[in-house]
Design a protein around this ligand. Structure first.
Ligand code: 1CP
Length: 329
């Protein structure tokens, strides 16, 4: 572990090759393993023996340089007693009202989620471990069960001054949960603010920026990674002082991010659709992404969003082997 290229890269130490891991490498891609468990994700999360095995599976099967904890962005809300129903084609849909969410979150302490601590410690025996939380906006849309395309329902309600108390509470609790993960031994914490790019600048700066900043700040006892989609217009306004690495979606060129976010490392950002093509097309596309990065000591290979569930394991293995064969020093 001392020799881990991921740990060296994330902590800014000199290393020899580009580290690689994939968003959604465990739960989606290795669903066969999960199917055998035959249990809803929140049940599995509460069993660290099993959750750690799911988290570690891609390290053994794909050879990736880091594991990500097996949980969901809604896990801390479930832990607070707020139940979700998994709706096909949408995802977790709330079985509670916004008022109930406020009530439960007011008395919730994320440091009581010791099964996450146990999972982190177990995974860490074998591989570097990345903790994660959902970002304030993304999590709020799930808490409100917003099925609208552009999350316009959540946005309009907030613009009218509604649900600000729920937003503040969600943000506070996920900031504490991020801090807890760092304390439990996570080697890095990634914030998945998947829907951030749907916000205009005024709404981002006026309503969300303080909360996103606080989540990243509380996580930053360890290196932090921010992931967002379609947010190229907001890049100049992100709280870079608390972001160690930034992973944009594939619509943004890494060279432009490198110029715009001085001092921040890069992660990403291959379109995961390439992993559905053929090995030659996939590896060429990966080379093209890597060629945009000038400072390869501050770069971690990943996708521009999660791998698709139907991705062939052999393709991801070939990609992993290829990235690991590129020497940078
Ligand atoms: O039992 C089941 O079938 C549950 C399926 C499942 C799993 C395995 C869900 C429901 N979430 C997860 C795990 C999960 N979710 C991880 C763990 C690591 C891994 O899979 O490798 C992570 C990092 C997430 C993050 C997540 N969940 C995000 C952020 C990233 C993104 O995809 O934008 C979001 C928006 C969700 C919501 C969510 N949870 C589950 C579903 C089906 C959805 C809807 C969006 C989606 O399809 O991911």
């Amino acid at each position: 572990m001392q020799e881990s290229e991921f740990l060296k890269a994330i902590t800014g130490q000199h290393h020899k090759r580009i580290p690689v891991w994939y968003m959604r490498q465990a739960g989606r891609h290795l669903s066969a393993l999960r199917d055998r468990l035959n249990a809803p994700i929140f049940e599995t999360v509460k069993r660290p023996e099993i959750a750690s095995a799911v988290s570690l599976a891609p390290v053994a099967e794909l050879g990736v340089d880091a594991a990500i904890i097996f949980a969901d962005i809604t896990t801390p809300l479930e832990a607070a007693g707020l139940k979700f129903d998994l709706r096909p084609g949408y995802g977790p849909y709330p079985e509670f009202s916004a008022e109930q969410a406020v009530e439960e979150l007011e008395r919730f302490d994320p440091f009581t989620m010791d099964y996450i601590g146990a999972q982190i410690r177990k995974v860490k025996e074998r591989a570097p471990v990345i903790g994660f939380v959902g970002g304030p906006f993304t999590l709020l849309t799930y808490a409100l069960g917003d099925t609208t395309r552009d999350k316009q329902r959540t946005k309009a309600l907030l613009m009218l001054g509604k649900h600000r108390d729920l937003l503040s509470l969600i943000s506070k609790r996920i900031a504490e949960y991020a801090e807890a993960q760092a304390e439990w031994g996570a080697d890095a914490v990634q914030v998945f603010e998947s829907w951030l790019g749907l916000l205009d600048r005024a709404t981002y700066e006026g309503i969300f920026k303080e909360h996103l900043t606080e989540v990243l700040r509380r996580a930053s006892a360890v290196p932090t990674i921010l992931f967002c989609r379609w947010c190229s217009g907001l890049i100049s306004y992100l709280p870079t002082q608390h972001i160690s690495f930034f992973n944009p979606d594939w619509s943004v060129s890494l060279s432009s991010v490198e110029r715009a976010m001085e001092g921040v490392g890069l992660q990403g950002n291959l379109d995961p659709a390439y992993a559905l093509t053929d090995p030659r097309t996939l590896l060429q596309a990966a080379d093209s992404v890597i060629s945009q990065v000038s400072d390869r000591q501050r770069y971690i290979f990943n996708m521009g969003h999660g791998v698709y569930p139907e991705t062939d394991t052999a393709m991801l293995k070939a990609l992993t082997d290829h990235v690991k064969s590129i020497r940078i020093a």
